[in-house]
Design a protein around this ligand. Structure first.
Ligand code: TXA
Ligand code: MG
Length: 333
């Protein structure tokens, strides 16, 4: 735990604190997790609001801090496959996908181990558990040192755009004393692919950085969860709730022209002129670069002087599927 000095006390009551990674901050994170507290940590996808997944009170604190509807289960972050096997019932598809894509932006939904120490609340009382081994070295170091699963939803208030820098997290939780470990801008920039492996055919619950083509090359045909289920459905997934990644101003998709009171989110070289402000996801039309810039650009354009954010068409191939999924949700009001 931190030493409580008067100055520190006043600061910590007022604002979140961004910390660099060093031996002292590692100790600080581990002590906070042991005490059931939250720490925001970087992952390669987006920043996570992280706590001990085996501690029900800590998990409850995640939900209340995010104002998240309690029925939405959390991803449990692990440091290796051996840890994953203690929480979820492993199967051959899990072995293939974890060997191929872990550490990395892929979350596997498995049946929960009957004697799993993960808090029921983290799994929203369900029979399945979502597991991911993140690739960010800071996340991996911290989870390995802690030795238990870490529950970490994206470190934003429920329904808002996911944070891809430490400063985004600080802005989301401005009036808190949250500690945030700075790992730089997230390299992937879009949340992990969530794939349900509890049936015969894998089902993509949320498109992400590991594309459907990459998955089917490894395990054969896949299904994509068709209709976003209402809360609490069999495949209930906040990533599937209709409006989830919402800026506070409207989002207009497939814009081919733009007016002077609009902000433009551009892609590629042929950009319509005349917007109030324009940000380009990737001038070369590179989907990886576009995904990495997506959430920061949405945040930057989300200003009251813009009538809306107009978004140019993005090809729906590869990583474009995940980008279009997030943009579609951002446009639902
Ligand atoms: O990239 C990511 O996945 C980030 C970083 C921090 O790891 N985390 C993240 O968590 O996006 P969150 O809580 O914002 O989204 C978790 C997704 C949701 O769509 C949720 O419904 C799904 O995973 N999920 C979690 N447990 C599940 C389960 N048992 N069954 C089905 N879906 C589940
Ligand atoms: Mg989220």
């Amino acid at each position: 735990m931190d030493q409580i000095t008067p100055t520190h006390y006043i600061l910590s009551m007022q604002s979140p604190k961004i910390l660099d990674i060093d031996p002292a901050s590692v100790d600080n994170v581990l002590a906070r997790w042991r005490a059931g507290q939250l720490v925001a940590i970087p992952t390669e996808t987006v920043y996570g609001l992280a706590a001990d997944a085996t501690n029900g009170q800590a998990v409850a604190r995640i939900y209340s801090t995010k104002s998240r509807p309690q029925l939405n289960p959390l991803i449990i972050h692990v440091s290796d496959i051996a840890m994953a096997k203690t929480y979820g019932v492993w199967n051959p598809m899990a072995e293939t996908l974890a060997t191929r894509f872990w550490p990395g932006p892929l979350t596997l939904v498995l049946s929960r181990q009957p004697d799993s120490p993960i808090s029921d609340l983290a799994m929203a009382g369900g029979a399945t558990v979502a597991l991911r081994m993140p690739a960010h070295p800071i996340a991996l170091t911290l989870i390995r040192a802690y030795g238990r699963g870490i529950a970490a939803p994206s470190a934003n208030r429920s329904g808002r755009v996911s944070p891809t820098t430490a400063q985004h997290v600080a802005n989301e939780f401005a009036n808190s004393d949250l500690r945030i470990i700075d790992g730089g801008p997230c390299q992937v920039g879009i949340e992990s692919t969530v794939v349900d492996l509890t049936g015969d055919t894998p089902v993509i619950l949320r498109p992400g950085a590991i594309t459907s083509d990459m998955l089917s090359a490894a395990v054969g045909p896949l299904a994509v969860a068709a209709v976003p289920p209402s809360h609490g459905g069999a495949h209930a997934s906040p990533g599937q709730m209709e409006s989830h990644y919402a800026p506070s101003i409207p989002v207009r998709l497939n814009a081919t022209s733009v007016s002077s009171d609009e902000a433009l989110l551009a892609f590629g070289t042929t950009v319509p002129q005349g917007a109030h402000t324009t940000l380009t996801l990737s001038s070369q039309g590179d989907l990886i670069e576009a995904a990495a810039n997506l959430f920061a650009a949405l945040r930057a354009l989300d200003q009251p002087q813009h009538r809306c954010i107009a978004v140019m068409p993005i090809p729906n191939t590869g990583l474009g599927e995940a980008i279009n999924d997030r943009l579609k949700r951002a446009s639902v009001r």
